[in-house]
Design a protein around this ligand. Structure first.
Ligand SMILES: Nc1ncnc2c1ncn2[C@@H]1O[C@H](COP(=O)(O)OP(=O)(O)OP(=O)(O)O)[C@@H](O)[C@H]1O
Length: 320
């Protein structure tokens, strides 16, 4: 049994638009017949283009929105009917907004949360000490939230979302606007928490490096439908995005010609050839070595960006 279970879940909104004096109503199916199960301790990337239905899904999982159809179980309960009870078992972070009290020093926000969630004092102190150390919050505890930088505030928000030991955490764009070092620190922290506490993490992000760093599984949603659910490796190969051979020759030559690969770029003695994921690289390398002054050669896998761009272009359901 999963900690999160969705079965044929849909959510529609009625949108009214106005042309001149005429008002027309139409239905937008933000989430359409969506089913998935997430097991305890999984870190799942939940990705898709703008307007795909990600936030609507997360809102239904937290109980803020009621589905128009289908069933949802989170930690064994229906979120919309058990919203308050469930709030103790989940944590939520929205990258764009803070859940901390703007005028209070960070430590006071944490103290309020301890009371709100009824966390035993000793457990709160233990968690706080761990998070302060792992997230480097020591010097920030006395600073009012309004004076924190974006990266500092985000570390505070993430600690706040985890202080009551939630079983499940929803993270919506947690690294948005952060510099590379802050991003790396947050990713390390989340990986550690997942490992130590078996916390289930659902991560919504446009930063595919977050996915690469944290998620063993990725779900892609488009127009309210799940268009992929599987591993990152599977995602790469499912779309058979071409791989690239980067060939360094002893001299600058016109584009080389071999069977099974095509030159896409020539940069001095370096030439870039693409070939399908389904083709083995070995015979291509042999052909080049036999016919050209080959000095060095590397094979580049398709980037996640290129794979996802392909998925968005052709939304056909695939499963790993
Ligand atoms: N309250 C609402 N009323 C009407 N339409 C809505 C409402 N909330 C969402 N929608 C529509 O539902 C669709 C899905 O929106 P949603 O916010 O879930 O997408 P998203 O994947 O989170 O997008 P983004 O990456 O831009 O945050 C969009 O077409 C959106 O306009």
């Amino acid at each position: 049994m999963g900690v999160i279970e969705l079965e044929n879940v849909s959510r529609a909104f009625t949108v009214t638009s106005r042309t001149g004096l005429r008002r027309t109503k139409r239905e937008v199916r933000a989430v359409d017949n969506l089913s998935f199960t997430v097991g305890r301790g999984e870190v799942v990337g939940y990705i898709g283009p703008n307007g795909a239905g990600k936030s609507t899904t997360i809102k239904m999982l937290t109980g803020i929105l009621v589905p128009s159809g289908g069933s949802i179980r989170v930690a064994g309960v229906d979120p919309s009917r058990n919203r308050l009870k469930l709030a103790k078992r989940i944590g939520v972070v929205f990258g764009q907004r803070t859940t901390l009290w703007w005028d209070l020093p960070l430590k006071d926000s944490f103290a309020v949360l301890q009371k709100m969630y009824g966390v035993p004092r000793a457990r709160h102190a233990e968690n706080l000490a761990t998070f302060v150390e792992l997230l480097g919050l020591g010097e920030l505890l006395d600073v009012p939230v309004r004076q924190l930088s974006l990266g500092q505030r985000m570390r505070g928000d993430i600690a706040a979302a985890l202080l009551h030991d939630p079983e499940i955490v929803y993270l919506d764009e947690p690294t948005i606007g952060l510099d590379i070092i802050s991003k790396a620190r947050l990713r390390e922290f989340l990986a550690q928490v997942n490992k130590d506490r078996q916390t289930t993490i659902i991560l919504t992000t446009h930063d595919l490096d977050d996915i690469e760093a944290l998620c063993s599984r990725v779900m892609v949603i488009d127009h309210g439908h799940k268009v992929y659910d599987g591993t990152l490796t599977g995602l790469r190969s499912s779309q058979s995005a071409p791989r690239t051979l980067v060939v360094d020759l002893a001299a600058s030559l016109p584009p080389i010609t071999i069977d099974g690969a095509t030159v896409t770029k020539v940069d001095g003695p370096r030439q870039y050839l693409t070939f399908p994921t389904t083709t083995s690289a070995a015979p291509l390398v042999a052909q080049i070595a036999a016919n050209y002054p080959l000095q060095d050669l590397t094979i580049a896998e398709p980037t996640i960006e290129s794979v996802i761009a392909r998925i968005y272009a052709t939304p056909t359901p695939v499963t790993d």
